[in-house]
Design a protein around this ligand. Structure first.
Ligand SMILES: [Zn+2]
Length: 100
């Protein structure tokens, strides 16, 4: 992360606190506990990686997974939480996965 992004992200954190907003973290992906938005970002990275012909050759990927498949917790990319570790709210996975 470059300096500008660090500053922007720090400002975002402050704004979040000021607004008393809370974005629930819904699962673990790439060894981090993330919000759904960040999980989508990670899944897009996996999708892009799998679509590259060179990677398909190296990792013997016949059919790249879709975002929906990557977010299927049985595939091992994502561990879904039932409850937010920060506030204890139940995570509505059905709602989050709608439209993907
Ligand atoms: Zn929460």
């Amino acid at each position: 992360m470059n300096h500008k992004n660090k500053v922007l992200s720090a400002m975002e954190e402050v704004n979040k606190k000021l607004k008393k907003m809370h974005v629930c973290r819904v699962g673990t992906m790439a060894a981090e506990i993330l919000t759904f938005e960040d999980i989508l970002f990670e899944a897009e990275g996996v999708e892009r990686f799998q679509k590259q012909p060179r990677n398909q050759e190296i990792f013997k990927i016949k059919e790249p997974l879709t975002i929906k498949q990557i977010l299927d917790n049985r595939r091992g990319y994502l561990q879904r939480f039932n409850y937010c570790p920060d506030c204890g709210k139940k995570i509505d996975w059905k709602f989050l996965m709608e439209g993907l």
